[in-house]
Design a protein around this ligand. Structure first.
Ligand code: G6P
Length: 581
């Protein structure tokens, strides 16, 4: 996930692009860069944040330009890997947000044809391919159009060439919007950098390619001209910071389909067996939400292929390490959590092989372990983990597929679509019940039990309502004493092996007076008849049910906390990255 901005018009491009990139830093800030055109191509790119070092970039001359703020995926954050990338002739500049999955093969072919690469990025192949196509085609638009079918993966790109007064924009599975000005036009990852210049916008769709000059925007899809509606964007400056969402947490919840899609496709399934090496057992260490992702992994792995998986709190592992052998996996969004780092160091002293799953390239954990797999969630700003949790599950599912000798199946490839459907659900009744409670219980079985822990964690950390997740069978061993009309129970009751016993548990809770909110399958009238509030989800395979249920629990916590006026993105006493024991 990165941020891109382009400008063409009557004003100097660089200052507009610099200001735009500053607003997109929430999408990544490992490095930044700008290219502009007058009678030469000017380039300035650096490691670090543009907000801390904008001087040179702002001075570049020219009324056409593109810029980029990076969230490193392929290649460490440094000057060379910063965008824009330039072709061998020095005339074409390109910025990219997304991942080119087949870049290794494309790079090999380009190298064999004599191209010189200056970076380790997946992106650079695109600009060299355009360079080749431009040699054969009449113009930049045709050249880019010829290259796009060669690219597998996701992209939003902006391209400029010294020989033409226009911007070329194209997208597939990464966002891109064009802002329509008066004698000037803009392009960006979202409206954030554009809104101070114009309210009129066109959102490109997958497969679209646009030619943008000062006064004209032409859009094509599969080589045919298409028209896209012009939208009027009515945002305040405060909205702008969060891309139109009131909080980063909500924005990040809505980014989950993309995080899942990108992460599933980015795991290198050819290399994974070399990293995992058929372990006899797996131990997982993590903290917070990452611990819950690990616990879901344990259930799913053991269920799928019987490899024993042990889940340990990283904070306990350091001082009380169980007998460990073989493979130890650390899961950490930030890659900086002190306890997880310490646990993995400890595992190394037991001669275990160590693997980290993290969201942050270059984080400390990468230097601590033998191997690292990156999730592609993009920067997560809100303290409460959401999209990183989904991305962790995506990596862990690929690990399970690999250990069980399965391919990434169709279900996983399309799971993001089910999440999109759930994002639109109305949870008002459930929110109204939760916001009046002092204590809430979450109950479920199997992989839905760790989801209860995660749902309860979300609720307590952002709404400050006391919430507990329980394996459903455990409630009668103590917590039943607390059940009353004042203690809502959220029951995760999906079709499957434990459905019958869950329904019995729900009836027992109802008999003690507790109001029950059940999350189940949309067609389940038996369940909807016995509970107070029923949240029906689409009928999907079990792993997708885990994801859709998770999204409901996140939204429930979010809307409950909003209705109570809580500080959503910065809950009291909590930190995003816990770098002390
Ligand atoms: C903090 C955050 C949690 C996160 C936990 C582990 O407590 O507030 O959201 O789950 O740390 O963080 P990690 O970066 O290791 O996943």
């Amino acid at each position: 996930m990165c941020g891109i901005v382009g400008y063409i018009g009557r004003r100097e491009a660089a200052p507009i692009i610099v200001e735009g990139l500053k607003k997109l830093e929430y999408r990544g800030y490992d490095s930044f860069g700008i290219a502009t055109l007058d009678n030469t191509l000017h380039l300035d790119k650096h490691k670090g944040r543009i907000s801390e070092n904008p001087q040179v970039a702002s001075l570049l001359k020219g009324k056409i330009g593109v810029g980029h703020t990076r969230w490193a995926t392929h290649g460490i954050p440094n000057d060379a890997n910063a965008h824009p990338h330039i072709d061998c002739t020095g005339k074409i500049a390109l910025v990219h947000n997304g991942i080119i999955e087949n870049f290794t093969e494309l790079r090999r072919q380009l190298l064999s044809r004599g191209h010189l690469f200056k970076s380790e990025t997946d992106t650079e192949v695109i600009v060299h391919l355009i360079e080749e196509a431009y040699g054969r085609k009449r113009n930049l638009l045709d050249a880019v159009q010829e290259v796009l079918p060669l690219l597998e993966g996701s992209y939003a790109i902006l391209v400029i060439s010294l020989t033409e007064e226009r911007l070329i924009a194209a997208r597939n599975a990464s966002p891109l919007v064009i802002g329509i000005g008066d004698g000037e036009n803009f392009a960006a990852s979202d409206m954030t950098p554009i809104i101070e210049h114009t309210e009129r916008a066109v959102f490109l769709e997958d497969g679209d390619i646009a030619s943008i000059t000062r006064g004209k925007i032409e859009i094509f899809n599969k080589n045919n001209p298409v028209s896209r509606p012009v939208e009027l964007i009515d945002w305040s400056q405060e909205d702008v910071k969060k891309g139109g969402y009131p909080h980063f947490m909500l924005k990040e919840i809505y980014e989950q389909p993309q995080a899942l899609y990108n992460t599933i496709r980015s795991v290198d399934m050819d290399n994974l067996p070399k990293i995992l090496r058929n372990p006899q057992s797996v131990t997982v260490v993590a903290c917070g939400s990452s611990f819950h992702a690990g616990l879901i992994f344990k259930y799913l792995l053991e269920g799928a292929c019987g490899i024993p998986a042990r889940m340990e709190y990283a904070s306990e592992f350091k001082y009380f390490p169980p007998p460990v052998e073989d493979l130890v996996i650390g899961i950490t969004q930030s890659g900086e959590t002190a306890d997880t780092l310490a646990a993995l160091r400890q595992a190394k002293t037991h001669n275990c092989r160590t693997l980290a799953i993290t969201n942050v390239l270059g984080s400390t954990i990468c230097r601590t372990v033998d191997n690292t797999i990156f999730m592609r969630a993009g920067p997560e700003i809100s303290v409460a983990a959401t999209k990183s949790f989904v991305a962790q599950l995506a990596v862990l599912m690929q690990v399970i597929n690999c250990l069980c000798g399965r391919k990434c199946d169709d279900i996983l490839q399309h799971a993001h679509q089910a999440i999109e459907e759930v994002l639109l659900m109305d949870l008002t009744d459930a929110v109204n019940l939760c916001k009046g409670a002092s204590d809430i219980f979450y109950v479920g079985r199997g992989p839905f039990y760790p989801l209860c822990l995660e749902g309860a964690l979300k609720m307590k950390e952002i709404s400050y309502i006391h919430a507990e997740g329980y394996a459903a069978g455990e409630l009668k061993h103590g917590p039943f004493a607390l059940l009353s009309q004042e203690t809502p129970v959220i029951a995760l009751c999906m079709p499957g092996e434990t459905y019958g016993v869950m329904v019995s548990n729900i009836k027992e809770m109802k008999a003690r007076g507790a109001p029950v909110i059940a999350i189940g399958c949309r067609t389940d009238t038996e369940l909807s008849d016995i509970v107070d509030i029923f949240i029906g989800l689409p009928k999907t395979p079990m792993f997708v049910q885990v994801l859709t249920t998770l999204v409901v629990l996140q939204l429930l916590a979010y809307h409950t906390a909003v209705s109570l006026g809580c500080d959503i993105d910065k809950p009291r006493n909590l930190a995003k990255s816990v770098t002390v024991e």
